[in-house]
Design a protein around this ligand. Structure first.
Ligand SMILES: [Zn+2]
Length: 402
């Protein structure tokens, strides 16, 4: 049984995680130097497995850093299509270091947990995917179709040098399917087959700075910014109010999030105010229509208060089509979860963005699944060893029967 083989690799999986986490893999946009060293390490781990194809698709980014992607493949007996396990190797930075109880760049094993930045996101998936394929190789089973492993760069900053680069530079079969282990819940009972569209936008309100005692001579951008943020908030919720029960939560979300610091002292009236919205939009709407509403409200404020308002569109992606709930990848994944865990997983849509979206836009079926306590990007991020091992069993079962 392939699950037994996975179980026998438990210590090896822990070792790989513990060795991988100290090798930082943060993108230059977030203050790092890319993922090259981590990819070099993982390539060594993969070399012993015996893939029929093992190659690197290295991109070079604007700052000159190598952004590595690893592609590995085992051919099936018929090999008409490939089921890919696609995990990402980059991580976000540690954030506020004082909130960590352990060194974020050491993998610290404590009972069933391994603490460290990137252990859950997406280290657990990297390790469980690798060992699922390794177990398949060692079992001697050659499935009907091919099995692929993709270890990707640049997921945390939009995948330009990761999934998008691979899609542009690697020829996938037109019926290939994908498992993306990068979102889930603590039981592993949800398979994500749809994602909301995304709009990240910042607005800069420009008024006139002045002394705190002379509002008559200034134009308080802070006050107008607050009013504008609330108007946009209300307007978007009113205008885009439809629901779709497959999604969690079942409606579009429009959240005022980041606010930039303004003046250093209490007795200065701020001349500028910058605030941002994180919008997650149901597929029944167009992201551009949300943008237009925001722009319209900003125009209205310009006229009403005499301020200037600049819009900065930080990130935008239209919702991708849903993955077919009856596709082979979804059905096989459901079956393996049912057999190994004893429950039927639910098919859902989420607001977060994974690399499944660009795949779906190209017409591929992609199922997002893994088991996680959702501690991604948080201080004291951890992965449970049991999740890492049990997920590998599910993957191994799916790929061996594909
Ligand atoms: Zn991730």
């Amino acid at each position: 049984m392939i699950e037994k083989l996975v179980e026998s690799m438990r210590d090896e999986m822990i070792k790989t995680m513990v060795e991988m986490i100290p090798i930082k893999a943060i993108s230059p946009e977030l203050g790092g130097t890319g993922e090259k060293e981590r990819a070099d390490y993982l390539e060594k781990v993969l070399t012993g497995i015996g893939f029929d194809e093992l190659k690197r698709l290295d991109a070079k980014d604007e700052s000159g850093y190598v952004r590595p992607n690893i592609i590995a493949k085992i051919r099936g007996t018929e090999g008409k299509k490939t089921l890919w396990l696609a995990a990402h190797i980059d991580t976000v930075p540690e954030g506020d270091r004082s909130l960590w109880k352990t060194d974020p760049f050491k993998a610290v094993v404590e009972g069933d947990k391994i603490y460290g930045r990137g252990t859950a996101d997406d280290g657990q998936a990297v390790v469980s995917s690798i060992y699922a394929v390794k177990a398949l190789k060692e079992s001697g089973v050659r499935p009907k179709n091919n099995v692929g492993l993709m270890l990707l760069a640049d997921e945390e900053v939009g995948s330009k040098y990761g999934m998008h680069y691979v899609l542009d530079n690697y020829e996938f079969g037109k019926n290939d399917e994908f498992i993306v282990p990068d979102a889930g819940d603590s039981k592993g009972d949800v398979i994500e087959i749809a994602e909301k569209g995304l709009l990240w936008i910042c607005l800069k309100v420009i008024g006139k700075q002045g002394h705190g005692s002379r509002p008559d001579l200034s134009l308080n951008a802070n006050r107008i910014g607050m009013k504008l943020a609330l108007s946009i908030d209300e307007r978007l919720h009113f205008k885009f109010s439809s629901t779709n029960s497959i999604f969690v939560p079942p409606y579009s979300t429009f959240e005022p999030t980041k606010r930039e610091p303004n003046v250093q002292n209490i007795n200065t009236i701020p001349g500028t105010d910058v605030f941002c919205f994180d919008c997650r939009i149901l597929p029944s709407y167009k992201v551009d229509d949300v943008f237009s509403e925001i722009k319209d409200e900003a125009e209205h404020y310009k006229k009403k208060f005499g301020v200037d308002v600049e819009l900065n569109l930080v990130q935008k992606s239209e919702p991708a089509p849903e993955t077919d709930p009856n596709s082979e990848v979804v059905l096989k994944l459901k079956k393996a979860i049912k057999e190994l865990r004893g429950f039927e997983p639910m098919l859902i849509g989420i607001g977060g963005g994974t690399v499944a979206a660009p795949l779906r836009r190209k017409g591929y079926n992609a199922a997002v699944w893994f088991t996680t306590d959702n501690v991604e990007h948080a201080p004291n991020e951890y992965c449970k060893i049991s999740n890492m091992v049990e997920d590998a069993k599910v993957f191994a079962k799916v790929i061996s029967e594909y």
